[in-house]
Design a protein around this ligand. Structure first.
Ligand code: COA
Length: 159
């Protein structure tokens, strides 16, 4: 089954697929211009997954500097997973996990990155379980984080 799954870096040609997967899978829908910028800037730490030749999932991971050191020109110290999704018809086939392996591996190789963080809805038990499987821990509850009032769990993986 896994031979049908191919994980690779995103290209500008993947924009429409990524936006469509985002719209179908998550209430957090970013503007197309934001995705264009993310794909261009963070292609080396992000990925898409093809299943049977079609793009069915993506992970966008941005590198960030520690805010307290921002004005001292600190290099990136943290990865931040901005968005993750797999089309419903392709879930529970290991695609999300394969993409997580890819972005964690690429972030480790950057050097100097101490952790990867992400926010996830408190009710999203499936995604939370996937992150726990990779060693992420729940580090904080962010009350009313989402537009509809739901809390986010801030999760962190120390590299
Ligand atoms: C979260 C998501 C990306 C997982 O993608 P996926 O390709 O289905 O993930 P995998 O098949 O690799 O699953 C890995 C593990 O995560 C856990 N998991 C994933 N979905 C789950 C669910 N619905 N319920 C319980 N556990 C789940 C399981 O431990 C699973 O392993 P298993 O199938 O051997 O039991 C996918 O469900 C999705 O796109 N959801 C909608 C968008 C979303 O919630 N994104 C995350 C926002 S922070």
């Amino acid at each position: 089954m896994n031979t049908l799954i191919h994980v690779r870096s995103p290209s500008p040609d993947d924009l429409n697929a990524i936006v469509a997967i985002n719209r179908k899978s998550l209430p957090e829908n970013y503007p197309v211009s934001y995705f264009i910028d993310l794909i261009r800037t963070w292609k080396t730490t992000s990925c898409v997954a093809e299943y049977d030749g079609k793009v069915v999932g993506y992970v966008i991971l941005r590198l960030e500097a520690d805010k307290s050191h921002f004005f001292r020109n600190e290099k990136y110290s943290r990865g931040h997973i901005i968005s993750v999704a797999v089309l419903e018809r392709a879930r529970r086939l290991g695609i999300g996990s394969k993409m997580m392996v890819d972005v964690i591996d690429k972030t480790r190789k950057v050097g100097g990155i101490k952790s990867i963080e992400l926010e996830v809805r408190e009710s999203n038990v499936g995604a939370i379980q996937m992150y726990i499987n990779f060693g992420f821990i729940k580090s904080k509850l962010l009350q009313k984080y989402y537009a509809d009032g739901e809390a986010a769990v801030l999760m962190r993986l120390d590299l």
